[in-house]
Design a protein around this ligand. Structure first.
Ligand code: EPU
Length: 416
């Protein structure tokens, strides 16, 4: 199993490109199920999760051609409407097949994703929403079995602003009879990116960027081309790395508008930021000041950057309070950071992080994607060598991370 060795203690300097967003590319791939015509996606990051999504689509008979970051997807005919457990267990975003399959073919079997390292992650809101749109859904042998002669528009009020739930319902509504309103919708930039793609396929979605989406269903969608929005979480991770290590880094393609909450925190922590239309430059010339953060749905502080922010605060001057409000079990990086000398006290969903002068390299275990990123940041900031086990988690969501870090002057090496 691959490990990542990091010789820490050096500032980061240089310029790197930010990749397309994993969490925008995934729904876009499943949206291609909504039409028989070919769709073209560009700026798709080359990641394990994307390969897993392609495996799910191919298993149904979808034609997928990949050429670096460009994909041609055509779901002309399917030989099955099932996303089986063997594939879904590798990537829970396979649940995004449910809405499109049901809307276009009237049937879908998608294995229930089950619990994940960061929490139980139920999909009740997806199921309730589709049921309100006329689907008959039962859970049988661990599978969601859904049928609908034709979905009809409905007024949906989500119990929580779920990201993939909003995406699933928006995709289903695009091919339903009549109008669907989604209240309390999530409004992450990746959802807006999906809505833009769906509209270019002929859907009629309004209320983009807001928590009230209005979707007028249509009988047929056509093929379209779409460039995936840049990955705000990848950009945020490199910003946190620079804040922890010091340095001067430019992130080309990063969208500052999508990261406003983190950028405000970074400024409080002492960073100088120069965002422009298509990039963000960060200069960090002192130890970070401890800065509190509390996660919330967009535009709040992203849960997907909480672990990285904890790594920054582990080496900060002062004490920061970090509250995780989105997932119930997302502090698994904390005990690993503690093994490096961090001073972190956990009380339910709150972490009290008392910054220390130095972290020391140590052997560590990655537990999930963003926890791995936080350990990488701590390793980059630490004295001596850190060896992170199970880095396959990183490959799920960070394109060419070692290469990008080496461009910034970090010393990292992958070993068996
Ligand atoms: N929830 C329910 N019932 C539902 C749906 C969600 O109780 O039916 C709860 C969840 O348990 C959680 C909260 O609502 O407590 C929010 O979950 P959400 O559904 O928004 O999460 P998700 O759609 O499963 C996406 C991202 C995650 C990201 C979250 C929150 C994708 C493919 N995944 O997950 O990304 O953390 O939104 O922003 O878009 C990652 O990239 O590392 C990652 C985990």
């Amino acid at each position: 199993m691959d490990k990542l060795e990091i010789c820490g203690g050096r500032p980061l300097h240089g310029k790197i490109n930010i990749s397309g967003a994993k969490n925008a590319a995934l729904p876009a791939l499943f949206a291609c199920l909504l039409t028989e015509e070919p769709c073209h996606l560009t700026n798709v990051p080359q990641l394990r999760d994307i390969h897993s999504a392609l495996a799910v689509l191919r298993a149904m008979g979808v034609h997928c051609e990949t050429n670096d970051g460009s994909l041609k997807i055509q779901a002309a005919k399917l030989h099955t409407h099932e996303a089986p457990y063997t594939l879904v267990k590798t990537m829970r975003a396979s649940i995004l097949a449910l809405g499109p399959l049901l809307a276009r073919f009237g049937q879908a079997i998608v294995s229930l994703p089950g619990g994940f390292a960061i929490g139980a992650r139920p999909v009740n809101a997806h199921i309730e929403g589709l049921t309100r749109m006329g689907a008959t859904i039962e859970v049988k042998d661990g599978n969601i079995v859904a049928n609908a002669e034709r979905l009809r528009g409905a007024h949906l009020v989500l119990p929580m602003p779920t990201v993939t739930g909003t995406e699933n319902l928006m995709m289903a509504a695009a091919l339903a009879d009549g109008e669907t309103i989604i209240e309390n919708a999530a409004r992450e930039p990746e959802i807006t990116d999906l809505a833009i793609f769906l509209n270019s396929m002929g859907a009629n979605i309004t209320g983009l960027n807001s928590n009230l989406l209005r979707i007028r269903g249509t009988k047929k969608l056509s093929g379209a081309s779409h460039t995936v929005v840049s990955d705000r979480i990848e950009a945020g991770t490199y910003l946190c790395a620079t804040a922890a290590c010091g340095g001067d880094v430019e992130l080309v393609g990063a969208n500052a508008e999508h990261l406003q909450n983190l950028l405000n925190k970074l400024e409080t922590a002492g960073a100088t930021l120069a965002p422009s239309s298509n990039n963000i430059r960060i200069v960090m010339s002192s130890r970070p000041q401890a800065t509190d953060a509390e996660t919330a749905p967009y535009p709040g502080f992203p849960t997907d950057l909480q672990a990285q922010w904890m790594a920054v605060n582990s080496v900060a001057d002062g004490t920061a309070i970090i509250v995780e409000n989105v997932f119930e079990n997302r502090f698994m990086h904390a005990p690993e950071l503690t093994r490096m000398g961090a001073n972190i006290e956990l009380k339910r969903n709150t972490a009290i992080v008392r910054g220390v002068d130095i972290l020391k390299g140590a052997p560590l275990m990655a537990t999930d994607l963003r926890a791995s990123a936080s350990l990488v940041i701590a390793g980059l900031a630490a004295q001596d060598t850190t060896l992170i086990d199970r880095v396959y988690h990183l490959d799920r969501g960070y394109e060419r991370m070692e290469h990008k870090l080496s461009v910034l002057g970090a010393k990292t090496r992958r070993c068996g």
